[in-house]
Design a binder for this molecule. Structure first.
Ligand SMILES: Cc1ncc(COP(=O)(O)O)c(C=O)c1O
Length: 668
C-alpha cells in the first residue's frame, strides 16, 4: 500500500540543548541527550528538539520529529509498534561510504576503482533492497547474495548495467550455478564465488555448455583468524572458501581449460562487526599477498573483495568491545586503501578494484522501531510505608516485622548501608517465618510494603549525598519496575535476545522533563526471556532505563535505534507475533512525508504461515457457536459478539490494539 502522509509543519525546528523548562527542575534537553548518550551513538542522525522530542536528521537542515510522525500515523489508524525507515538516512550512509573510499583513493593516488556491494541478507525486505538499488546504482553499488532465493530476488531487480556487480557467495548447487551463468547473458556482471572444488567443476561445465566466458570469483581461507562474535567467519577453520593449496589446484584446473583470465575476483570475509581496526589490516595484508602471488601466476584477478565487517558503534564507546568499534568509517577506508596500495606497489602488481560487502554499516542507522508502553509492574507503587504504630502496638507482631519498622525509622545519612542490610535480613526472616506457618498473609504483605518503603527511603537519602555509595548502587535495579512494551523482542530485536546485542533505546517525548523511574523493558510475549535489561548510560551499560511516569491513557512511546541491520528477517513468530507495520519516511522541501506503508502481519496471515486455514477456523467456530445456542449455553446475541471478536481478531494486528468505543485498550 502506498500512501502520502505529509507533515503539516515545516520540519526545520531549531535544536536547542540549553533550554530549561521553567515549570520543572533544572533538567534540560541537554541532560536527556547526555543520559541516553545520543551524540555518542547517533552519528548525528538523531537529536533532541527543544520541545523534548526526538528528531531524525538525515541531512543538514533536515529534521523529522519522531513524535510528530507517530502521532500522525495514530491519527490515520496506524498504531505502534511500527518500524520507521528513513530513506534519506540510508541514502546518506551509501554516499558517506562511497565518498570515504573515493576520497582516500584520490588522496593516495590509488589507480584502481571502488565497487561496494550490499549483502541483501542484512535486510532483504523488498522496499529496502529496492531503495538501496535505486540510490546505490548511481554510486556504483552492486548486490551480494548468499543463496538461491536471494539470487532470484535480485536477478529481476538489479539493472543490466554491466558495472553493477552481483556477487554470489555461499553454497551453490548445479542449477544455481547454471542460473548465474545464463544470467550473465542478460548483460549483468554476475560473479559466482567458488567456495569448494565441486562448484568450480559446475561453473566450467555450464560455461562450456552455454559458450560463455564467465567472470569467476573465489573465496580463500586465510590463516589470519577473525575476531569478536563472528570470528569463525575467517581463519583456516572457517566454513567457507578454499585452502591455499586448493586455490593452487583451482588455478591449475582453470589453466587446463584455458580460463585463467576468467578468475577475476579474490574474496575473503573476516566476520561481521569487526571491533578492532588491527584485524582489518592483518586480514587485508594476507589477502593482498595472495592476490599478488596469483597475478604473478598469470591469473586475471582484477577485483579484491574484502567482504563485510565494517562495524556500527551501537554503544558509542569507540572501544574494541562487541557492541562498539575502535575506528571510524574514514579510518577504515584509509587503512584498506593504504594497505592494498602499499603491498601492490611493493610487489609491483596492479592496484585492483576494491570491493566491499559492508552491509551493517549501510543500513543499521536507517530504521527505528517505535513501541508504545502498555503499563508497568514493580515496587515503585510501594513507596509509602503502611502506618507503623498499629504494628508496634499489636501483641502478636512477629519479630521480623518489628525489625522492618526499626530499619525504616532508622534510615539516615550516617547509617544508610546498615539500615538497608537490616531491612534485607528482616525481609528474609519474614519470608521464612511465613513458610513455616508462623505469619499470616496480611503480615507478610505488611513486611513486603515495609521493605520496599525502606529501600525507597534509603535511595532518596543516597541521592542527596555528594559521594556515591558503591554498595547501594544496586538499589536502582532492585527498585526498578518492569515496563511492558507493545512489541516482541523475538520478532523485532532478535539479536538483543540471542547475542545480548545492545541497542540505543529512549523515549521519544517529554525529554524536557527529568525521567523519574528506573525500569527494565518487557515485551508482550509469554516468555521470560522477552525482556531488555541492558541500556546505555553516561556510566556505561546499566541494567535499567530511565523513563517518565506514564499517565493513564497517555500515548508514551519508546524508540529502539540502529535496528536496520539483521533484525527484520532474523526475527521469528514466537507466540505468533508477526511483522510490525513499517513505514518509509522521506523529506522534501522542508516537510516529511510517508511514501510507503507496509502493513504488519494480521493474525490470519501469521496463522496461515503455520498452515492453519483461517476459513476453516472460522467455520469451526461458527459451528460450535450454533451448537452452544442449541444447547442454550450461549444466546444468539452472545454468539454474535464472540464471532465479531474472532473475525476482527483474525483480520487485526498480532499486537495489542488501542481502545475503541466498545473495547477498552491495553492502556486502560
Ligand atoms: C560473505 C559475507 N559478506 C558480507 C557480510 C556482511 O557483513 P556486515 O554486515 O558485517 O558488513 C557477511 C555477513 O556476515 C558475509 O557473510
Amino acid at each position: 500500500m502506498t500512501t502520502n502522509y505529509t507533515s503539516t509543519a515545516p520540519i526545520n525546528l531549531p535544536v536547542a540543548h540549553d533550554q530549561t523548562n521553567p515549570t520543572q527542575s533544572a533538567w534540560t534537553t541537554a541532560d536527556a541527550a547526555d543520559l541516553y548518550r545520543v551524540e555518542a551513538w547517533s552519528q548525528g542522525y538523531f537529536q533532541i528538539s527543544n520541545r523534548g522530542t526526538v528528531l531524525a536528521c538525515p541531512a543538514e537542515n533536515q529534521q523529522i520529529d519522531l513524535a510528530e510522525v507517530v502521532a500522525g500515523l495514530r491519527e490515520r489508524g496506524l498504531h505502534p509498534p511500527v518500524l520507521l525507515r528513513f530513506t534519506d538516512i540510508l541514502s546518506d550512509r551509501l554516499n558517506k561510504i562511497a565518498r570515504a573510499f573515493r576520497d582516500e583513493m584520490n588522496d593516495q593516488h590509488y589507480k584502481g576503482d571502488y565497487r561496494p556491494v550490499y549483502p541483501i541478507k542484512v535486510n532483504q525486505q523488498h522496499h529496502v533492497v529496492e531503495e538501496l538499488s535505486r540510490v546505490g546504482s548511481k554510486l556504483g553499488f552492486g548486490l551480494e547474495v548468499g543463496s538461491k532465493p536471494e539470487l532470484l530476488a535480485v536477478m529481476a531487480m538489479s539493472s543490466p548495467d554491466p558495472h553493477q556487480l552481483i556477487i554470489c557467495n555461499g553454497f551453490k548447487d548445479s542449477r544455481y550455478i547454471e542460473a548465474i551463468i545464463l544470467a550473465s547473458k542478460l548483460g549483468r556482471t554476475i560473479v559466482p564465488v567458488v567456495e569448494n572444488a565441486g562448484e568450480l567443476r559446475q561453473v566450467i561445465r555450464h560455461a562450456d555448455n552455454y559458450d560463455i566466458r564467465p567472470t569467476i570469483g573465489v573465496r580463500v581461507k586465510l590463516f589470519t583468524p577473525g575476531e569478536g562474535r563472528w570470528k569463525d567467519s575467517a581463519g583456516f577453520r572457517s566454513k567457507f572458501g578454499l585452502f591455499v593449496s586448493e586455490l593452487l589446484d583451482m588455478v591449475g584446473t582453470l589453466k587446463e581449460h584455458d580460463m585463467l583470465d576468467c578468475l577475476k575476483l579474490l574474496h575473503c570475509h573476516a566476520g561481521s562487526q569487526i571491533q578492532n581496526i588491527r584485524k582489518v589490516k592483518d586480514v587485508i595484508a594476507e589477502l593482498c599477498h595472495v592476490y599478488a602471488e596469483l597475478r604473478r601466476l598469470g591469473v586475471g584477478i582484477e577485483m579484491l573483495d574484502i567482504g563485510g565487517g565494517l562495524g556500527v558503534d551501537y554503544t558509542g564507546e569507540q572501544a574494541s568491545d562487541a557492541g562498539s568499534m575502535n575506528y571510524t568509517l574514514e579510518e577504515y577506508a584509509a587503512d584498506v586503501v593504504y594497505r592494498i596500495k602499499s603491498i601492490c606497489d611493493a610487489e609491483e602488481v596492479n592496484h585492483p578494484t576494491i570491493v566491499t560487502e559492508c552491509g551493517r554499516a549501510m543500513v543499521a542507522y536507517s530504521s527505528v522501531l517505535i513501541a508504545d508502553v502498555l503499563g508497568s509492574t514493580g515496587p515503585s507503587r510501594f513507596r509509602d510505608p503502611p502506618p507503623t504504630d498499629p504494628i508496634k502496638e499489636a501483641d502478636d507482631t512477629p519479630q521480623p516485622l518489628l525489625d522492618l519498622v526499626t530499619a525504616l525509622e532508622s534510615v539516615d545519612a550516617d547509617d544508610l548501608v546498615a539500615s538497608f542490610h537490616d531491612a534485607q535480613q528482616a525481609r528474609d526472616e519474614a519470608a521464612s517465618l511465613f513458610s513455616l506457618g508462623h505469619m499470616t498473609l496480611d503480615q507478610r504483605a505488611t513486611a513486603e510494603r515495609l521493605f520496599w518503603a525502606t529501600c525507597h527511603k534509603v535511595r532518596d537519602v543516597r541521592d542527596t549525598l555528594e559521594e556515591p555509595i558503591e554498595s547501594l548502587a544496586s538499589l536502582d535495579e532492585l527498585l526498578s519496575d518492569v515496563c511492558f512494551c507493545n512489541l516482541s523482542i523475538f520478532q523485532s530485536l532478535p539479536d538483543a535476545w540471542a547475542i545480548d546485542q545492545i541497542f540505543p533505546i529512549m523515549p521519544i517525548q517529554r525529554l524536557d522533563e527529568e525521567p523519574d523511574r528506573h525500569v527494565i523493558l518487557a515485551d508482550v510475549t509469554c516468555d521470560s526471556d522477552g525482556k531488555l535489561d541492558a541500556f546505555l548510560s553516561p556510566d556505561g551499560v546499566r541494567r535499567t532505563l530511565r523513563i517518565h511516569t506514564v499517565q493513564p491513557n497517555e500515548d508514551y512511546d519508546i524508540a529502539f535505534f540502529l535496528v536496520g541491520a539483521y533484525q527484520e528477517t532474523l526475527g521469528d513468530l514466537h507466540n505468533l507475533f508477526g511483522d510490525t507495520h513499517a513505514v518509509h519516511v522521506t523529506t522534501e522541501n522542508g516537510h516529511w512525508s510517508i511514501d510507503d506503508v507496509v502493513k504488519g502481519d494480521t493474525a490470519s496471515e501469521v496463522l496461515g504461515y503455520l498452515q492453519y486455514d483461517p476459513e476453516r477456523l472460522l467455520s469451526t467456530m461458527n459451528r460450535d457457536c450454533e451448537r452452544a445456542v442449541r444447547a442454550k449455553r450461549l444466546t444468539v446475541a452472545e454468539t454474535r459478539t464472540l464471532m465479531r471478536f474472532y473475525q476482527s481478531g483474525l483480520s487485526g494486528s498480532t499486537y495489542l490494539e488501542p481502545a475503541t468505543d466498545d473495547q477498552p485498550g491495553p492502556h486502560a
